[in-house]
Design a protein around this ligand. Structure first.
Ligand code: C2E
Ligand code: MG
Ligand code: MG
Length: 751
């Protein structure tokens, strides 16, 4: 049983352990959600960044196009104003500053808002200068002349536009036949401001031979209003030259031209549609994420709570699996597990431990008489007392019914164990108040030691049971420590049980009859049938030995029937004699008891009026109504009942009044002490008057001396039984005595 319990426990533990990762199961969910959130955030931000980059590329392209367009426009405007023959002729050969001012300078400044206009003659001397809309002294512009050199060189063919000058334009004009560009424009710094400097060679087709043509140059600054206009048109916020305002970290710098001169750089704050979207969407994302976080939190909380509930349930289940629900004490499984570990510890440390098997004496009677609810209450109270009476390290378990067991460790010596057992018995014997009943119950304790040589749990439990059996047999309410002799004792009992079974089956028993005399002790009023067993090897075995064995193994039922049948058969001829037959509790409580008696009476044709059944008080415990019914049914047939061994059991008046007894038999122990103990004499008096009061006959058992006989007669008993009148003897002896008695009677009558 113990190894099985251990396996069950291991399986159960595995099951508990399997339930534990439930909370951990929530982690992957949380992890996946976190990854999803990170992915969403990364996707949103990287998309926004890419959108911003695309936008920037586009803005830069647009700005570059705008600059190029503006350069072409400025050149186009310059050409527009200077393209007529009239203007060309004036510039080349009829140069009149006022005329040039009105027809060229003012037009360019007024119509096209060119900030500077210059005219250079064939030798590159400034011949005209305009600033704003007023002509100025050309020589005053000499310091700014280096800023014009590049365009002049392009127009004169002294230089070619190189790759770096992306915003320059200088093309060879086939029409002029100059063999060099007729017009040029470039984006550059002019007088520290970015500007488009456009120039045109004022030459007619046939002018080639006339030497280098005059040049008309126009300057349009690319800042201020112009930049604002470009910025507005192409949506380039805060478009400016880098000189106008320091470049911020959000700005983009656009270097328009760098080769062949100073870098021309602009800056603006690029639009960031991605960032804008993010900014717009971010609160919603944050809101959604917060919602998700709340959801995940709720889900986790739910999972945690569910896991906690499951864990709680598991703990409860585990407790249920390992504890007895009625007493709350550890059960057999738990006990087996602890015992195994104590055996292991003892084997290792060399200390001493013990198992104390505890059995409540006559607990069944309480259950039967007062009901299971009182029995349950008693079990709970016993459990509490045992728990309190033990040391912390000790374990008390309920193994079932009224069986308890204790494991105690670190036992210093055997006497300590005896003291523990005595203390437990003492504790359990104190009266209990349960549901308005005051109960007193005894306990027997069997002790088995656990030492280095102890084999296994099963063996230790067996030893404790053997010791318990011995404690019960020795009169209960005591403790016995197991020793090897007990095993022999038990073996012997088992052997006796088997032999008894065979004896019953093979007619190996006999019945002895003890006379029951009338009050004067002169006349035999009846006999008591007492079972006898002559064992083939052991010789005579007394009822005090084999009746308890028969009662424990239920052989008593067959034995009782056999004795009854035998007595009815043997006593049939003893006309006028009552035959008393003992009935054991187990026999009487059987459903078919009445039928069995009736059947035997019918079979043996024995007169029921001569039969007296002897019951003890313990026979009546349990189902009182059923017992009464059985008695009444048999009494209706004429069978009588005697209450045997009165005074030794419960001696309850209740029983005497409730059940229809015809006779009380005063126990031998009172008769024995009549002369020595005054109270015994009083008890005998009391029982006699009680019996008489209830209309019952009173028989005294165990009468051995003439004094006892005298006393009992004086006390008023109706009949007596004892060695003084004859020991139990075979049927033939009674037959002989009856014959002798009738002969004597005849003689007396004759004399
Ligand atoms: P009991 O029914 O009380 O029987 C009386 C016992 O007292 C008998 O013991 C008898 O021999 C003994 N006795 C009678 N007079 C004296 C006396 O003057 N001095 C002494 N010392 N003893 C005396 P026994 O035959 O050993 O039976 C013992 C008990 O065994 C009986 O007690 C009865 O309870 C039980 N018993 C015997 N036969 C049967 C049976 O067939 N069925 C059942 N159920 N129980 C039986
Ligand atoms: Mg008897
Ligand atoms: Mg008796």
């Amino acid at each position: 049983m113990w190894p099985q319990a251990a396996t069950r426990l291991t399986r159960f533990r595995g099951w508990i352990a399997g339930g534990r990762p439930r909370l951990i199961g929530a982690l992957p969910i949380g992890f996946l959600v976190a990854i999803a959130v990170v992915c969403i955030v990364v996707a949103v931000f990287s998309s926004a960044q890419r959108a911003d980059q695309e936008e920037l590329v586009q803005e830069r392209q647009q700005f570059a196009n705008a600059l190029a367009d503006r350069g072409r426009l400025v050149l186009h405007e310059l050409e527009n104003v200077t393209a007529s023959d009239d203007v060309l002729a004036h510039l080349r050969s009829e140069f009149v500053p006022a005329w040039v001012h009105h027809r060229v300078g003012l037009r360019l400044s007024t119509f096209f808002a060119h900030e500077h206009v210059f005219v250079l003659d064939g030798s590159d001397h400034l011949t005209y200068a305009l600033h704003g809309n007023a002509s100025a002294d050309p020589s005053s512009f000499e310091p700014g002349r280096p800023d014009l050199t590049r365009v002049i060189d392009l127009l004169r063919g002294r230089a070619l536009a190189d790759d770096g000058e992306r915003y320059a334009q200088a093309s060879v004009d086939a029409v002029t036949g100059l063999g060099r560009p007729r017009r040029a424009q470039r984006l550059q710094m002019f007088m520290t401001r970015p500007a488009i400097v456009a120039g045109i060679a004022a030459a007619l087709p046939d002018d080639a031979a006339k030497g280098p043509p005059p040049l008309v140059l126009a300057v349009k600054f690319v800042d201020g209003a112009l930049l604002a206009e470009i910025g507005q048109r192409f949506d380039l916020p805060n478009l400016r030259t880098i000189a106008a305002e320091p470049v911020g970290k959000d700005d983009t710098v656009f270097v328009a031209a760098s080769a062949g001169g100073e870098a021309v750089a602009f800056a603006w704050t690029p639009n960031r549609p991605g960032s804008l979207i993010v900014k717009t969407v971010l609160p919603f994302i944050a809101f959604a994420l917060a919602g998700l976080a709340v959801l995940v939190g709720l889900a986790l909380r739910f999972i945690r709570r569910t896991a906690a509930t499951i864990a709680e349930g598991e703990i409860r289940l585990r407790h249920l699996a390992l504890h007895d629900p009625l007493s709350g004490l550890p059960n057999r499984t738990y006990f087996g597990e602890r015992l195994a570990s104590v055996i292991e510890d003892v084997g290792r440390d060399g200390t001493l431990g013990a198992v104390l098997a505890i059995d409540l004496d006559h607990f069944k009677d309480i259950n039967d008489t007062l009901g299971h609810h009182v029995g349950d209450g008693l079990i709970r109270a016993v459990a509490q007392r045992l728990s309190r009476a033990l040391r912390d390290g000790d374990l008390v378990a309920r193994l079932g019914g009224d069986e308890f067991a204790v494991i105690t460790t670190d036992v210093p010596e055997l006497s300590a164990l005896e003291r523990v057992a005595e203390r437990l018995i003492e504790t359990l014997r104190a009266p209990y108040a349960i549901m308005s009943h005051t109960l007193v119950i005894g306990a027997s304790v069997g002790i088995a030691l656990i030492d280095r040589r102890s084999a296994d749990s099963a063996d230790i439990m067996r030893r404790a049971d053997v010791a318990l059996y011995r404690a019960k047999n020795e009169g209960r309410n005591r403790a016995c420590i197991y020793d090897a002799d007990m095993d022999a004792d038990l073996r012997e009992r088992k052997e006796l049980e088997n032999d008894l079974r065979a004896a019953i089956a093979e007619n190996g028993l006999s019945v002895a009859y003890q006379p029951i005399m009338n009050a004067s002790g002169e006349k035999m009023a009846g006999v008591e049938a007492l079972c006898r067993w002559h064992h083939p090897r052991r010789g005579d075995v007394g009822p005090s030995v084999f009746i308890p064995i028969a009662e424990r193994s239920e052989l008593i039922i067959a034995l009782g029937e056999w004795v009854l049948r035998k007595a009815c058969l043997e006593a049939a001829a003893w006309t006028g004699l009552t035959v008393a037959v003992n009935v054991s509790p187990l026999q009487f409580r059987r459903q078919d008891f009445v039928e069995v008696v009736e059947r035997i009476l019918a079979e043996t044709r024995f007169d029921p009026h001569r039969l007296e059944l002897e019951l003890t008080e313990s026979t009546l415990l349990g189902n009182v109504d059923e017992a009464e019914k059985a008695m009444l049914r048999l009494k209706a047939r004429g069978v009588r009942f005697a209450l045997d061994d009165f005074g030794t059991g419960y001696s309850s008046l209740h029983y005497l009044r409730r059940f229809p007894f015809d006779r009380i038999k005063i126990d031998r122990s009172f008769v024995l002490s009549i002369e020595t103990a005054a109270d015994a004499a009083s008890i005998v008096h009391a029982i006699v008057s009680l019996g008489r009061g209830l209309g019952m006959k009173v028989t005294a058992e165990g009468v051995e001396t003439a004094e006892q006989q005298l006393f009992l007669r004086a006390a008023g008993v109706h009949s007596m039984q004892g060695y003084r009148f004859g020991k139990p003897a075979p049927a033939q002896t009674i037959t002989d005595r009856l014959e002798d008695a009738s002969l004597t009677a005849l003689k007396i009558a004759a004399s």
